[in-house]
Design a protein. Structure first.
Length: 211
């Protein structure tokens, strides 16, 4: 798979600082096929398709937020939690995708399934995760596996709630590496190309801590 610098996820949950920031992640190269360019397998997608992909990417991260909320809720049924962890993992290209969990002094890498299980250890009774402002932050490129890769940038509002009171809140601008794959449906008289999106690694670009 053609990748430059692998993105990471830094989820900053346990700090009392008002403002935090980490470095910007590397960008991917444009997907447009250009003669004489040093980057191979570049492709461009029309604006209509890009809008569709952005919409699907937002649905994916919204589903991720829903699963995080259910898994983190101390009142959730154990079977519902297990089902949600399995469903959340299926949003990703594979379970080797990593989450980097950070407090103010250290960073720990977690495989996604381990990350979801550890959500049960959060000190809050429940959490709220809201997403907005999704867009492709980098160009799209084609990997040697035939899939397409890019980063989306999205704003996340995270709230930790106990006794119906918000005791922690942050707003994080995240970069999520996504994998875009195409497949063909044979309708008999014509073949139609469809697109699917899977999540991969996620990175924090900037975080504003409210509480």
């Amino acid at each position: 798979m053609y990748k430059s610098i692998k993105t990471s996820i830094l989820i900053l949950l346990f700090t009392n600082h008002i403002y935090g920031q980490v470095e910007d992640f590397s960008t991917k190269d444009s997907l447009k096929l250009l003669a004489g360019n040093n980057i191979k397998n570049q492709i461009s997608l029309d604006s209509s398709l890009m809008d569709q992909l952005e919409g699907r990417a937002l649905l994916k991260v919204q589903s991720l937020g829903d699963y995080i909320q259910l898994i983190s809720n101390k009142k959730s049924d154990v079977l519902d939690i297990d089902d949600s962890i399995n469903a959340a993992c299926k949003l990703f290209i594979n379970e080797d995708s990593e989450v980097h969990v950070s407090n103010h002094t250290s960073i720990n890498r977690r495989k996604i399934r381990d990350y979801f299980k550890r959500l049960r250890l959060l000190k809050f009774e429940k959490v709220e995760v809201l997403w907005s402002k999704v867009y492709f932050a980098t160009d799209i490129y084609k990997g040697t596996d035939g899939n397409y890769y890019t980063n989306i940038e999205i704003e996340q509002l995270f709230r930790g709630i106990t006794d119906d009171k918000i005791i922690y809140e942050d707003i994080t601008i995240k970069q999520v590496e996504v994998v875009i794959s195409d497949y063909t449906i044979d309708l008999g008289n014509e073949k139609v190309t469809k697109w699917d999106i899977k999540l991969s690694d996620i990175g924090v670009k900037q975080t504003f801590f409210e509480k």
